[in-house]
Design a protein around this ligand. Structure first.
Ligand code: ZN
Length: 107
């Protein structure tokens, strides 16, 4: 046997502990008490706050994007248009029973 294993006093093969990464972490199915996202229309669900079966109240509210568009469009002199464009607004969903904010839909 030649003495060529001076650099590797320990066998670097299968014996190397590779426990740092046990298994590929499952893509965490982010379970939240409230739905993270809603569509642009009312959703029927059980309110997590008052536990009633409700259909969400949707209110279109100006998002920061709306204001941004307004600022930009000020330079072309039609700054009011974005406020009439529903697509620029967030759709906030509220519980009609307890008025809790349940989630928002953003474009
Ligand atoms: Zn509620």
């Amino acid at each position: 046997m030649e003495k060529n294993e001076g650099l590797y006093p320990q066998v670097p093969g299968n014996q190397v502990p590779q426990q740092q990464y046990p298994t590929a972490p499952m893509p965490a199915p982010t379970v939240m008490s409230t739905p993270a996202s809603f569509g642009p229309n009312s959703a029927t669900l059980t309110c997590p706050y008052c536990h009633k079966g409700i259909t969400t109240l949707v209110r279109a509210e100006s998002s920061s994007k709306t204001h941004l568009f307004a600022v930009l469009l000020c330079f072309v002199s039609c700054c009011c248009i974005p406020y009439f464009m529903d697509s620029c607004k967030n759709k906030n969903h509220y519980c009609p029973s307890c008025n809790a904010f349940l989630g928002a839909y953003t474009n």
